[in-house]
Structures are given as structure tokens and as C-alpha cells.
Design a protein around this ligand. Structure first.
Ligand SMILES: [Zn+2]
Length: 280
């Protein structure tokens, strides 16, 4: 018997560099933390903060975004010089972000009605579009869990629930019990995108707040029962790298209880293919 024509429930993941991810879930395209410019270098003026990973797509060529999920205000995650042209090129895209990012994006020219504040817990995404897509906003600890006076989280991770699968993008985070519990509350994770550029003294001395070590990310992945782990945030800035070889070595030696899906950032991504979706 021929296989029934099925909806592809396996999301298509493409890495954009740093924490940037393009995730295709059925008809919906979601971008996490797209950083597609030299904004950090332009602001800081320090040569070693140039991109090490080429821009896979110009922000103004991203025509397929339905949602852009921004994890926190740091400019390698909430980059107005990426988000403004991207929002113009994807006119129906909505941006989900922590509360303190809203004034930054509005001042940069993104209409407030296109911005959704990330509220801790579960929310339906695209209810008006009749999408089967649920978003969970969970805490991130960068390096601590921070809430403003109204209780809004400053650093978040996102879980997308689609077709019975859970996709977790951790944002920038150190391991933290609050996030482990929040993620575990929703059940096992199918795909976990976890930052592996460790915190260390020399990074912090120059103002770079790192994230989990590779070991911590692996341990966290096991605690949240991740089936598959995609390391992110290891490739962009010279003082803040992790190397593919160390990720691979630790995976082979530790033999953790998940599949490591090591991916290099793309050199081109699907986003510019106007109107064409779901092709390989
Ligand atoms: Zn970061």
C-alpha cells in the first residue's frame, strides 16, 4: 500500500549563525534570534567582533517569516538592523520578544501592533491564521533569571509545539533549575537548540556573558529528556567560540542519552524563495 500523503511533521532546521535559526513547521516559518548583519562590530568597533560566519541571507531578502522570536535584548539577538528590513520584507511577520525589547524595536521603526510581548507560560501563535502552533515561553538565566517590576522575564527560551513535537530554543542561558523545571513541565523535548559558548573569566572581563559549557548543555539536555540536540551560539565571534571538534569529542566520550545533530550554519537559506515553501 502506498504511504498516505502526509504532512511533514519533522520541522526543517537551518542555522543562521550565532543563535539564529530558521525553523519550518508545516506551512509556518519561524526565525529565532536572526543576526544577519555586522551590527555588533559596528557598535563596538572592535575588530574581533566581526562575523566569523558569513551572512546566509540579507535581512531584506527574508520574505517568508511568519514569526520572529527574540530571546533577549542583547544586540546579537535583538538586532534592529536585521529586524527592521526583515519585518519590511516579511510584511505579515510578527515579532515575539521580552517586554524590554519593545521600545527598542518601536523606536527603530517596527509598528507596535506587529510586536507580541513574550509572557511566561503558554500562548497560541497565529490563532487568526488557524495554525496548529503553541508557544511556551520559559525562563533563561543570562546569567541569572531576571524579571522586571511587572514580572516580565528579560531573558527567555521558546518552545514551539507543532504536530506533537516540541522544539526548544534556549536563548542565551546558563543552566538553572527554574528553566529545567519549566521545560520539563511540558514533557520531553524532541529537538533542543542549546548555546554552548561557555562562560569564563576572560570573556566576562571584557563584557561577554557566555552560556552553558558543552558539558552543561549535554547534562541539561538529558534532564529535559531531549531526543536530539543542535548546538548553537558557537561560531560567530572570535573571543566567544566553541569548536566543532570539542563538541564532537565530548559527545563521543560522554555518550549522553540523545542524538547530537551537529550542524554548520548555512551559507544560503530558503527564506528568499518568495512564495515557495516546503521544498527540500
Ligand atoms: Zn548571545
Amino acid at each position: 500500500m502506498p504511504e498516505p500523503a502526509s504532512v511533514d511533521t519533522e520541522g526543517k532546521v537551518e542555522l543562521l549563525g550565532q543563535a539564529g535559526v530558521r525553523l519550518e513547521l508545516g506551512p509556518t516559518v519561524v526565525y529565532f534570534d536572526p543576526y544577519l548583519t555586522e551590527h555588533v562590530f559596528e557598535v563596538e568597533g572592535v575588530r574581533d567582533l566581526r562575523r566569523q560566519t558569513p551572512t546566509p541571507i540579507e535581512p531584506g531578502a527574508v520574505r517568508d517569516a511568519d514569526f520572529v522570536l527574540v530571546s533577549h535584548i542583547h544586540m546579537d539577538h535583538c538586532d534592529p538592523t536585521t529586524l527592521v528590513p526583515l519585518a519590511a520584507a516579511s510584511p505579515s511577520a510578527r515579532i515575539v520578544c521580552p517586554n524590554d525589547c519593545v521600545p527598542v524595536l518601536v523606536a527603530a521603526g517596527i509598528p507596535a501592533e506587529r510586536i507580541i510581548v513574550a509572557r511566561e507560560g503558554r500562548m497560541r501563535l497565529g490563532e487568526d491564521l488557524d495554525l496548529d502552533l503553541e508557544l511556551e515561553v520559559v525562563p533563561a538565566a543570562h546569567p541569572e533569571v531576571v524579571r522586571d517590576s511587572e514580572g516580565h522575564l528579560a531573558f527567555v527560551g521558546y518552545i514551539l509545539n507543532f504536530a506533537g513535537r516540541r522544539y526548544y530554543h534556549a536563548g542565551d542561558t546558563s543552566p538553572h533549575q527554574a528553566l529545567i523545571e519549566a521545560v520539563r513541565a511540558g514533557g520531553p523535548v524532541d529537538v533542543a537548540m542549546l548555546p554552548v559558548n561557555e562562560r569564563n573569566f576572560f570573556r566576562e572581563r571584557r563584557g561577554i556573558i557566555g552560556n552553558m559549557t558543552i558539558r552543561e548543555a549535554f547534562h541539561l539536555a538529558e534532564e529535559i529528556e531531549a531526543q536530539e540536540v543542535i548546538p548553537i551560539h558557537w561560531d560567530m565571534f572570535l573571543p566567544n567560540l566553541a569548536y566543532p571538534e570539542e563538541i564532537d569529542l565530548l559527545y563521543r566520550r560522554i555518550r549522553p542519552n540523545f542524538r547530537l545533530r551537529f550542524m554548520y550554519p548555512e551559507t544560503t537559506v530558503s527564506g528568499s524563495r518568495n512564495g515557495v515553501r516546503g521544498d527540500a
